[in-house]
Structure formats: structure tokens, C-alpha cells
Design a protein around this ligand. Structure first.
Ligand SMILES: C[S@@+](CC[C@H](N)C(=O)[O-])C[C@H]1O[C@@H](n2cnc3c(N)ncnc32)[C@H](O)[C@@H]1O
Length: 221
């Protein structure tokens, strides 16, 4: 899983940047974020003080952190400068930082909540990113991971294509997780308190071959 290939990641980011420049995409993606993650986030919001510090990692222009109705928000994304150019009037209030999750410019134990939605499989070193998110989270803090997972067979096929058939690879996603592989990575650093399947496409002939969208609500170990 760990190739840390910066050139491969830059190709993914070019694709990603192009995706977010398309007309209408922000509205449809905000809709996805609202319908899938808002209920879990609303539940967690209830127990947070009004001055809770919240970090949204790989926030994109959708900025799921804005779904918390309390807190001081920080939004971090390596494409932030591009999002600020295209969506200046649509991004929520809060500090905006152009940086990667693998190397975050924050001290240890700094945030009450760290949120990372649909971004880990886009990064160049997801395990390093997880350990950074763990580092900047306060001891009693909450880590929320939203992630697309694939059935084992599909994840295996994707990793073979990624390595041996690069012409057919899915450019925006350098990594493919299964439910088991992401849990294995998480439990090294966090206690998983909730695991919620927030979406699975069931309108096709082969629903079991589709990716699923999961949320893991964790505490720092
Ligand atoms: C599919 S978008 C998701 C954006 C948003 N969280 C959402 O759910 O709509 C993936 C985001 O991850 C960001 N990303 C890619 N590599 C990253 C890295 N190394 N560190 C932090 N974010 C990264 C991309 O720039 C992009 O904005």
C-alpha cells in the first residue's frame, strides 16, 4: 500500500484539480457530503464546546467541516490555492491552509476534532498522513474518517492495474482500501468507536462489486 510516489501523486492531483474546475461539480459534491456525513457530524457536534478546534484534512472545496454547527475551523488541502481562486465566495469561514496531510504545520495535540473525508486514498503516503492526523489530535479528541472502500477482489485488481497496467489505472486514486485494510491501519493509532456504512450503490446487477462509503469515528489511543 505504501509507495509514497510523489510523481504518481502529482498526476492524481492534476486530475483532481481538473475535476473540481468543472461547472456544477461543487453543488453535486456538496449534496453528497450533506446527505452522507451530516447526520454523523450533527451527532458529534452535540457534545462539542462552542470553541472546539476542528481540522478538515483534504477538505476540497466542499469543506465537510462546515457541517459542525460549533467550533473554530481550519481547512487544509494541497489544492487550496486553486480552490480559493475558483470558489472564493463559496468557501466557508475559517483558516485555509495549502499543505499536505503528510506534513502538517501544526503542533502536537492541537485539535479537538480531526476530520478527513474522501481524501486518504488520494494522498501520496496515507499511513504517514494518518500518523500526522493522530499527532495533531488532542488526547481526548475525535478523529472522523470518511473513506470509499472496495470489495477485496476489486481492490486487488486495482492494485495490479496500478502496478502493471498503468495505462488503465484510475488516475485520481493512487490507493484502494478495503474495509479490513483501512481498519488494520486505523487500529494501530486509534480506538474505533463507530463504523458506519453511509452509502452503497444498490441499483446495479452486481451491487456487491461496488465501492462503499464508510465513516469511522475514532478516539486517540
Ligand atoms: C475527492 S477530493 C475530496 C474533497 C472533500 N473532502 C470531499 O469529500 O468533497 C480529495 C481531496 O484530497 C486532497 N488531497 C490529495 N492529496 C492530499 C494530501 N497528500 N494531503 C491532503 N489532502 C490531499 C485533494 O487535493 C482533494 O481536494
Amino acid at each position: 500500500m505504501q509507495n509514497n510516489d510523489k510523481k504518481r501523486w502529482q498526476v492524481a492531483q492534476i486530475k483532481e484539480n481538473g475535476f473540481w474546475k468543472r461547472d456544477g461539480v461543487l453543488d453535486s459534491q456538496i449534496q453528497r457530503v450533506m446527505t452522507r456525513y451530516a447526520p454523523v457530524i450533527a451527532d458529534i457536534s452535540k457534545n462539542l464546546p462552542t470553541n472546539a478546534t476542528i481540522l478538515d484534512v483534504g477538505c476540497g472545496p466542499t469543506c465537510a467541516g462546515q457541517l459542525f454547527d460549533v467550533g473554530l475551523k481550519t481547512y487544509l488541502d494541497p489544492l487550496m490555492d486553486s480552490y480559493l481562486l475558483k470558489y472564493q465566495d463559496r468557501l466557508p469561514e475559517g483558516e485555509k491552509i495549502c499543505a499536505t496531510a503528510e506534513q502538517m504545520p501544526f503542533p502536537d495535540n492541537n485539535f479537538d476534532v480531526v476530520l478527513c473525508v474522501n481524501a486518504l486514498d488520494h494522498m501520496h503516503n496515507p499511513l504517514k498522513a494518518l500518523s500526522e492526523m493522530h499527532r495533531v489530535l488532542k488526547k481526548e479528541g475525535v478523529f472522523i474518517l470518511g473513506i470509499f472502500t472496495h470489495p477485496k477482489l476489486i481492490a486487488f485488481a486495482r492494485s495490479v492495474i496500478e502496478k502493471w497496467l498503468p495505462f488503465f489505472k484510475e488516475e485520481a486514486h493512487p490507493y484502494s482500501f478495503t474495509v479490513d485494510s483501512i481498519k488494520e491501519a486505523l487500529i494501530k493509532l486509534f480506538l474505533i468507536e463507530q463504523e458506519i456504512k453511509v452509502f452503497r450503490k444498490n441499483t446495479s446487477l452486481f451491487p456487491s462489486l461496488h465501492r462503499e462509503d464508510w465513516m469511522f469515528v475514532c478516539k486517540k489511543k
